[in-house]
Design a protein around this ligand. Structure first.
Ligand code: ZN
Length: 126
């Protein structure tokens, strides 16, 4: 298997705060790390991380997290509700990178605002 590249792109339908890092080998997408960023408050939220079954246990998720954290120094990060596997994963990354990655924590007003706008749209109150 060849080199896996990391490309940050705006996430689909996520307004202006949603992003994802796409892991690909050639034309094949092998993983994604979705996150949201507030450049005003330097707040970030990790939405989810997915690696193709065939590519598990190669450290791809870990590399994606390193790419993200290296590209966004000074950001405060939280994660979405975590499974126990997710907990172990984020705990290891937090320790490696000396970056707190808590499962809870307040979102800044900008990111919260985006969620409430989306919720309004979904229930048809726009
Ligand atoms: Zn903000």
């Amino acid at each position: 298997m060849g080199q896996v590249s990391h490309t940050a792109i705006p996430g689909p339908g996520a307004g202006n705060s949603g992003w994802e890092i796409v892991l690909s080998e050639g034309d094949t997408v092998v993983g994604r790390l979705r996150f949201r960023l507030c450049p005003v408050c330097h707040t970030g939220r990790i939405q989810d991380i997915w690696v193709n079954d065939d590519w598990q246990r190669r450290g791809l998720g870990r590399e994606a997290m390193h790419t993200l954290l290296t590209a966004s120094p000074g950001y405060r990060w939280t994660t979405t509700r975590q499974t126990w596997q997710g907990n172990a994963f984020f705990a290891a990354i937090a320790q490696e990178t000396q970056t707190p990655l808590s499962a809870q924590g307040p979102l800044c007003l900008h990111l919260r605002g985006w969620w409430s706008r989306l919720a309004h749209r979904l229930v048809g109150h726009q």
